[in-house]
Design a protein around this ligand. Structure first.
Ligand code: ZN
Length: 505
């Protein structure tokens, strides 16, 4: 009986799969340079005004991505009837006027003082030095343990006991602020002892900035003062560090804060193998960029102030759409999450929010393949950041070679690229991660003349190369999603422990 039934079914299956792929090839081989060019030209168009997080152009890009997901019939995240994950941000404008006096040294906002939050009437109190102002329960470390900071101003060193690199310093800021607040301080001020110019730091932070919003803390944070100080008298700070108590006066006004929203855009493709479809491969690309105006710096003309972000990251976003289309048409064995993230340019915030609020449990997410790049200077290559670290090298090589590209493993190490895009958010959570970028053999003039410049527009893109890059991205995703064994961090990798923690609990 079964045999008779099977025969016509087999013919039917064979004929439908033949009609979908005339030569039996996976759909990524049928993506065209023209359709990818059309995506990129829209996403990086002037109409979208540089897709800055929180601005209308960013919302239009998100709507465009959602419309494509719908056209490809992607599933929405569990329990939702749309593709959006709303990400709440706090948009803050630093105080316009502020003054701080320790003992007899006076500091003024915008000069040698940069307060970022807080409205506080003139307040006389004491200053306390609290090392890094850091605490780590797991390590049993707490800078506040034997300090009374109630009602006082806390001064700290930048970063944490573990790190002083810019990434660590910036990531620690909000944590340290919260700790000082929880310990009853009225202000936290970090000493500017960093390896780059104070003027650069000031111009970066002395404007509206976005941070991930903490639920229900909207009003409480209003009066807490947080900022940075460029020392005038190191001897005085030294006395403070030695435990001397000093008097201080602090005043701050004009700080503004409001809640805004932006969206991650997420769709799901169910895997074809019942035994593997509960494992998810997460494909990510950020679709936000830096907007309009002077935020890119460098060569700049008054006629065109739109940062189109064609390379960064309309190329990656287009690759994500290519994956959505080809993988939906012929699903791989594992399930696939397509996650277009917002807020990358302001500190990987969209991906960080997703990691803290995942729509599919992180322990079911077995790999992250990210597409992002600063630009390219060699179209015979695809750059692979994280190559050699997750046991997926053969898949990357095979995918690139099919589309006529060679793989550049971890180029320009001095730029620390792996930890500067969204794959880092997933890696920190323990998920084996890899980022594919266009071919960059060096951060040279070919790259820097477009990187975060108004010149990074669609007319300067090599669309045949985009076709190769996007196709290789899709193929890499499929090969990894089809593997017998899931990828893992190799032994000794800096994220290996995080991976064990995520998957073995
Ligand atoms: Zn980017």
């Amino acid at each position: 009986m079964k045999r008779f039934l099977l025969f016509p079914f087999a013919v039917l299956l064979l004929s439908t799969s033949l009609s979908a792929q005339p030569d039996g090839r996976a759909p990524e081989f049928d993506l065209t340079a023209e359709e990818l060019e059309a995506h990129l030209r829209f996403i990086a168009s002037d109409a979208l005004q540089g897709r800055r997080t929180g601005e209308p152009g960013n919302d239009i890009a998100a709507a465009y991505l959602a419309a494509q997901y719908a056209a490809y019939d992607l599933a929405t995240p569990p329990g939702q009837d749309n593709y959006y994950q709303q990400v709440p941000f706090e948009a803050t404008v630093p105080p316009q006027a502020a003054a701080f006096t320790i003992d007899k040294s006076a500091y003024t906002q915008g000069d040698n003082l940069l307060l970022m939050t807080g409205n506080l009437p003139e307040t006389k109190t004491k200053v306390v030095f609290a090392n890094y102002g850091w605490a780590d329960e797991k390590e049993g470390y707490n800078d506040y343990e034997e300090l009374d900071v109630e009602g006082k101003i806390v001064i700290v060193l930048p970063g944490t006991p573990e790190g002083k690199d810019p990434n660590t310093v910036f990531r620690a800021m909000s944590v340290k602020r919260k700790l000082a607040q929880e310990n009853g301080a009225i202000a936290l001020i970090e000493l500017f002892r960093l390896q780059f110019p104070w003027s650069f730091f000031k111009s970066y932070f002395n404007k509206e900035t976005l941070t991930l919003a903490e639920e229900s803390e909207e009003t409480e944070q209003d009066n807490f003062v947080y900022g940075w100080l460029k020392e005038k008298q190191e001897s005085k700070i030294k006395e403070l560090q030695e435990g001397k108590s000093m008097k201080a006066v602090l005043e701050s006004s004009g700080y503004e804060s409001r809640r805004i929203y932006s969206n991650n855009v997420m769709g799901i493709i169910e895997g074809s193998d019942p035994a593997l479809k509960d494992e998810y491969i997460l494909l990510s690309a950020h679709f936000d960029h830096v907007g309009t105006g002077k935020q890119g710096g460098g060569p700049f003309t008054a006629q065109d102030s739109i940062f189109n972000g064609a390379r960064d990251n309309a190329m990656g976003t287009t690759s994500l759409l290519a994956a959505a289309k080809a993988l939906a048409e012929q699903p791989p064995r594992r399930s696939v999450i397509l996650l277009a993230v917002t807020g990358e340019e302001i500190g990987l915030l969209g991906s960080r929010y997703y990691v803290d609020n995942p729509l599919i449990p992180l322990e079911k997410t077995v790999f992250n393949l990210n597409a992002d790049g600063a630009g390219y200077n060699d179209v015979t290559y695809i750059s692979a950041f994280g190559y050699g670290r997750t046991g997926t090298d053969q898949s990357i090589d095979a995918a690139a070679n099919i589309f006529g590209l060679d793989v550049l493993p971890n180029p320009i190490p001095e730029q620390g690229i792996f930890d500067r895009s969204d794959n880092a958010s997933f890696a920190q959570a323990g998920i084996p991660a890899l980022s594919l970028s266009p071919g960059t053999t060096a951060f040279d003039e070919q790259v820097s003349k477009y990187y975060h410049q108004v010149t990074d527009n669609p007319d300067t893109i090599d669309f045949d190369y985009l076709h190769q890059y996007a196709s290789a991205f899709v193929r890499t995703a499929r090969l990894i999603a089809d593997r017998e064994n899931r990828p893992m961090w190799i032994e000794g990798d800096k994220y290996e422990e995080a991976g064990q923690e995520l998957y073995n609990r």
